[in-house]
Write a protein that binds this ligand. Structure first.
Ligand code: ADP
Ligand code: MG
Length: 368
């Protein structure tokens, strides 16, 4: 029996911190391990959609319309064959949803209800949130089991984290969401930049294990890849950015497994008083994870990763990596990866309490 579907939001109300890049590359990494993955673009700007489909879909069937009318999201799903995951694209109708539903009861749970049937189909649903603390982000947090917050290591980004953490706490306190903060990931990290290093170290000492070990370094290929209609992992699988995203996916898998062992599943049940969408097989050509004997030449084992190919090698060091881009090669085995990118595993800090972390980020964590 397969494990429960996990819904994972990638959120930060600040724009340009790597939410979309993180969501797309995580979807790609997990789909690469034969997990059935759905990426939901919940940003009306549709960056994830454009990165993948090269255009914003038009027409009546949109996720915004579906959320407004409490209809199924299934007709909105588009397969992304290159990376073997599915996408719910975004367009401006998502903005209309925020406006038109503002006074409606239960508006915060529209996405959660829509996902109840999709949880039966996918192993992992990743939500790329908009750069705002609005109804869309609230819907994402109410629908999610776990939250990942990407942040850049700069003053304003870290300063803004506390607002998102406060919303996260409020939704939980009000009983609206069971979402767990899985971790905060440092993105667009400029190796060798002293201020980024200082802020990164401050985050580490204040957040403890809430901070992922993996840092996503600034890598020009990550910003180049969307213009080629693909995640960086499929653009240059051996570049530093790809290896960092594979590493992050490995860390996330470990945290999911820890959560599964230690905690009851969260946000699994739809609201009792709100009927879920009727179950309907989506018209997508991403079939359930194929058994090995069903693999074809065009879809061979070589196209897939194993969980061990998502190494937890973590923190890049400036002195070992600047100007030292690795040669193109197959994904390194965990041992090779570990030696290629030295681990700087955190000291055994206890998991930080979110309230304490919010306080720390707001008050103490900014460089003098
Ligand atoms: P957000 O979704 O938070 O607005 P994006 O993922 O869209 O952030 O990233 C903002 C811009 O930065 C995009 O042009 C993207 O390609 C680029 N980018 C994201 N991560 C990196 C990185 N690690 N290195 C270089 N460019 C990046
Ligand atoms: Mg984005």
């Amino acid at each position: 029996m397969r494990s429960e579907c996990i819904v994972l939001s990638v959120a930060n109300h600040k724009g340009g911190v790597g939410k979309t890049s993180t969501a797309i590359n995580l979807a790609c990494a997990f789909a690469g391990t034969r997990r059935r993955v759905l990426l939901i673009d919940l940003d009306p700007q549709g960056s994830a959609t454009v990165s993948i489909l090269r255009k914003r879909p038009t027409g009546l069937i949109s996720s915004g319309n579906a959320l407004m009318s409490e209809a199924s999201l299934v007709p909105c799903i588009k397969p992304y064959n290159l990376a073997k995951f599915d996408l719910v694209p975004a367009n401006d109708d998502l903005t209309a949803f925020c406006v038109s539903c503002i006074n409606e009861e239960g508006k915060e749970f529209r996405l959660k209800n829509a996902l109840s049937s999709l949880r039966l189909i996918y192993d992992l649903i990743i939500i790329d949130c908009p750069p705002a603390l609005n109804l869309l982000t609230i819907n994402a947090l109410c629908a999610s089991d776990d939250l990942i917050i990407p942040t850049t290591c700069d003053y304003f980004a870290v300063d803004g984290l506390s607002s998102l953490l406060r919303l996260f706490e409020k939704l939980k306190t009000d009983g609206m969401s069971n979402v767990r903060l899985m971790g905060i990931v440092r993105t667009l990290y400029s190796l060798g930049e002293p201020l980024a290093k200082k802020i990164s170290e401050d985050l580490k000492s204040n957040l403890g294990t809430l901070l992922f070990n993996t840092i996503i370094p600034y890598t020009s290929l990550i910003s180049e890849a969307p213009s080629m209609g693909r995640p960086v992992i499929l653009y240059d699988r051996s570049c530093l950015g790809s290896r960092a995203y594979l590493s992050l996916a490995g860390e996330i898998l470990k945290r999911m497994e820890q959560n599964r062992l230690t905690q009851a599943p969260a946000a699994q049940e739809p609201d009792a008083n709100q009927a879920p969408d009727a179950y309907q097989e989506p018209e997508v050509n991403q079939a359930p994870a194929p058994a090995p004997e069903q693999s074809t030449a065009a879809d061979s084992d070589d196209d897939y990763l194993s969980d061990d190919d998502l190494p937890d090698y973590a923190e890049p060091r400036a002195n070992s990596l600047i100007g030292n881009r690795p040669q193109k090669a197959a994904i390194a085995a965990p041992q090779d990866a570990a030696s290629a990118v030295p681990t700087d595993a955190p000291t055994a800090a206890p998991p930080a309490d979110v309230a304490a972390a919010t306080e720390a980020v707001a008050n103490n964590n900014l460089p003098q």
